[in-house]
Design a protein around this ligand. Structure first.
Ligand code: ADP
Ligand code: MG
Length: 240
C-alpha cells in the first residue's frame, strides 16, 4: 500500500531523513520509535505531501507522490493525519469540524456528511458532544474529535504523530483505545509514539529510527524483547 524508496530530506545543509526504504502492507500497523529530533515527524510529513522530498520516491496505492496539486490532493485525501496539537477550528462545533472537509473538499451533501460524522462520533465515544465547541473539551476528547475528523475523509491510511504526547496522563488511555479499535478494524496505520505498551499490544511492526535512518525493525516481541542494535538498546533502556 505504501512504497518508499531512498527517501532523503534536507533542511538547508542538514540531512534529516537519510535514505529510508520502507514498504507498508494494507492493514498493517507500524509504530515508529526514536529520540526527539531523529526525523520521525519529518518522515510522516513527507508521506502526507507536507514536505518536498530532496530525493527518493513515495508511492501510495500505486500513485507516485508528486509536487503537483492533483497528486497532492489525491494523497491528502487518502492519507489522514493526526498531530500532537490537534488544531480543531475553535469557531466551529464538533460536528462543524468533522463535516468541514467532507462538505468543502469532497463536495458531499451536508446531510450525508452529518450522518457520517455522527457515526464517527459514536465510534470515538463522543456522540453527546456534537454541538460542543472545541474550547470546552478535554484534551482527550479534542484528540478523539481530531481522529473522527480525519476519518470523515475516508482515508486508506492514517498517520499519527505523537497523538497523546500533549495529554494529561489520565487522558492518554481513551485516545489509545480509539486507535486500537481503528487498528482492529483493519486500518493501515503509521504511528509515532512513546507509548511502548501500545506498540507492544497493537503494532505489527516496530521501527526504530535514529538520525533519519532505520536502525532496526521487527515485530514488537523482537524489538522490545531482544533488540540487536546497541542504539536500540540504549533508547529502549530509557523506558524500562
Ligand atoms: P522528531 O519528530 O523525531 O522529533 P523532527 O522530524 O521533528 O524529529 O526533526 C528532525 C530534525 O529536523 C530536527 O533537527 C529538527 O530541528 C529539524 N527540522 C524539522 N523541521 C524543520 C524545518 N522546517 N526547518 C529546519 N529544520 C527542521
Ligand atoms: Mg516529532
Amino acid at each position: 500500500m505504501i512504497d518508499i524508496h531512498g527517501l532523503i530530506k534536507d533542511f538547508g545543509v542538514t540531512r534529516v531523513i537519510d535514505g529510508i526504504d520502507m514498504t507498508v502492507s494494507e492493514g498493517e500497523v507500524v509504530v515508529l520509535i526514536g529520540a526527539s529530533g531523529s526525523g520521525k515527524s519529518t518522515f510522516l510529513r513527507c508521506l502526507n505531501g507536507l514536505e518536498t522530498l530532496t530525493a527518493g520516491e513515495i508511492v501510495i496505492e500505486s500513485v507516485l507522490l508528486e509536487r503537483n496539486p492533483k497528486s497532492l490532493k489525491q494523497i491528502r485525501r487518502e492519507v489522514g493525519m493526526v498531530f500532537q496539537q490537534f488544531n480543531l477550528f475553535p469557531h466551529l462545533t464538533v460536528l462543524g469540524n468533522i463535516i468541514e472537509a467532507p462538505v468543502h473538499v469532497l463536495k458531499q451533501r451536508k446531510n450525508d456528511a452529518i450522518q457520517v460524522a455522527l457515526e464517527l462520533l459514536t465510534k470515538v465515544g463522543l456522540s453527546d458532544k456534537q454541538d460542543s465547541f472545541p474550547g470546552t473539551l478535554s484534551g482527550g476528547q479534542g484528540q478523539r474529535v481530531a481522529i473522527a475528523r480525519a476519518l470523515a475523509m475516508h482515508p486508506k491510511i492514517m498517520l499519527f504523530d505523537e497523538p497523546t504526547s500533549a495529554l494529561d496522563p489520565e487522558l492518554v488511555g481513551e485516545v489509545l483505545t480509539v486507535m486500537k479499535q481503528l487498528a482492529e478494524d483493519g486500518m493501515t496505520m503509521i504511528v509515532v509514539t512513546h507509548e511502548m505498551s501500545f506498540a507492544k499490544e497493537v503494532a505489527d511492526r516496530v521501527i526504530f529510527i535514529d538520525e533519519g535512518r532505520i536502525v532496526e525493525q521487527g515485530p514488537p516481541s523482537q524489538i522490545f524483547g531482544d533488540p540487536q542494535e546497541e542504539r536500540t538498546q540504549a533508547f529502549l533502556s530509557r523506558f524500562s
